[in-house]
Design a protein around this ligand. Structure first.
Ligand SMILES: Nc1ncnc2c1ncn2[C@@H]1O[C@H](COP(=O)(O)OP(=O)(O)OP(=O)(O)O)[C@@H](O)[C@H]1O
Length: 252
């Protein structure tokens, strides 16, 4: 079942084509890693996929409707978007902020804060011990987990996460990727913007590689990330290393 599909979407900012005829198909139970160098257009493409702004041309469908036809309240129950930089959160307790994820379901205040989905989201993101702390006091990594918890509390079939592990230490990055993976067992589809190509290769079913606004490759990681692409797109060479913890290293 296709949850989200973009076909040939483009967007200009000023006189620049920031996204050029980009396509992506997200099926139920899949994790797509959206990768590419800085400035490739990943965050802009994610905003289009999230319906936060319409493309200049091309078509985006969420479940069975054109994105423009999905009422905002329904979209909020079908798709959760975790932005790259959520900014400093308000000084409300973590639990109350995560409970805002119940808003699209019409649940507010104590009713929302006591909802089992909120406890579940706090539990799986490891935030139960911080749930009374003001959200504004969290570290960058804790904040990233809180934004995921809020998305999980909404319980949407589609999750779009823009660099959700950028601020996480290795253990939390791993557990966050495992958590995304587990969500697919519940039928969700997930698109994650990632710069960590090791984790992208390990946890994503498919990679979509952008460069200069365009999707230049998509498919299984081993097909997308060959030495030629690493050199031409990322400007690094890959050196294979025998008997090392990682079997390869990157060099400039
Ligand atoms: N409002 C804007 N006006 C003009 N150019 C913009 C605007 N917003 C983004 N851009 C440009 O569009 C390009 C794509 O930006 P985007 O944030 O989508 O890239 P990205 O792949 O997510 O990058 P990163 O990995 O650094 O987060 C960049 O060159 C950026 O400077």
């Amino acid at each position: 079942m296709i949850l989200l599909q973009a076909r040939d979407v483009s967007l200009r900012r000023g006189d620049r084509a920031v996204v050029s005829a980009a396509s992506l198909t997200l099926a139920k139970g899949r994790v797509i890693g959206l990768i590419g160098p800085n400035g490739a257009g990943k965050s802009t493409f994610m905003r289009l996929l999230a319906g936060l702004e319409p493309p200049d041309c091309g078509d985006i469908r969420l479940l069975d409707r054109g994105m423009g036809q999905v009422p905002p309240a329904l979209r909020a129950r079908q798709l959760a978007f975790i932005a790259q930089d959520g900014g400093t959160p308000p000084p409300m307790p973590v639990r109350a902020l995560v409970a805002l994820g119940r808003l699209p379901h019409g649940q507010v205040n104590d009713h929302a804060a006591r909802h089992p989905a909120v406890d579940h989201a706090l539990g799986v993101t490891g935030l139960l011990n911080l749930h009374t702390r003001p959200a504004s006091h969290l570290s960058g990594g804790e904040r990233a987990r809180m934004h995921l918890a809020r998305a999980l509390a909404t319980d949407t079939p589609v999750i779009l996460a823009d660099e959700p592990i950028a601020a996480l230490d290795p253990a939390h990055a791993l557990s966050m990727m495992q958590l995304f993976r587990q969500q697919t067992g519940q039928g969700k589809g997930i698109v994650i913007v990632l710069h960590d190509l090791v984790l992208a290769t390990r946890f994503c079913d498919e990679l979509v590689l952008m460069d200069d606004g365009a999707v230049i490759r998509h498919g299984p990681a081993m097909q997308v990330l060959d030495d030629d692409i690493m050199r031409t797109v990322y400007g690094v060479t890959v050196r294979r290393v025998e008997n090392a913890v990682l079997p390869w290293t990157l060099c400039r």
